[in-house]
Design a binder for this molecule. Sequence first.
Ligand code: MD6
Ligand code: FE
Length: 208
Amino acid sequence: MTDRMEPSLRIAGFDIYPGLLPLADQVAMVEDLRQVVAAAPLVSPVTPGGRQMSVRMTAAGRLGWITDRKGYRYSPTHPRGTPWPAIPDRVLAVWNMVTGLARKPDCCLVNFYGEGARMGLHQDRDEGDFSFPVVSISLGDSALFRMGGIDRNEPTRSHWLSSGDVVVMGGPARLAWHGIDRVRHGSSTLLPQGGRINLTLRVVEPAD
Ligand code: MD6
Ligand code: FE
């Protein structure tokens, strides 16, 4: 346990760190992620209801979050059957900075938003232990992030996330509803072809 950095913005219980990552770190993190994607290619997941998600997805860590016709779950392997690559140290360093926790995340979910991709309002509730926060890192194009409450019908607030921003969803907000309404395609030059990457770090296995 080390000191946790204080957020400079709090909206609906979400802790927001605008511009936490310097540009050089963002560039280096994208390079790390190219290696992750080389080992575990992005897939276009299908929901249990049979709908194709607009984001493309992969993961790093001991467990990755997957979805297909059989359901949502954490899996020790990529859909093609291979283990997930390790979570890059540079990504773990962000977890350490904003959580100060000794426990490391089990999963780094990687979401790629191409033109027109979005993420419907959802809760992150497939993990085994909600006492740990979920940490999110945004890279590339700006995205409109909608944050609500624990009940789906509570009012929501929206905030534009930019490249290098970090969000922590923990404490009472851990099970809050949230989503990405839209991405401003081409608003960042971090990725040469445009697009947005969002990383979410999660503790999946209950603390022992
Ligand atoms: C996104 N983020 O930023 C979607 N989940 O693309 C999430 O779904 C999210 O930002 C848990 C905690 C923080 C998040
Ligand atoms: Fe989420």
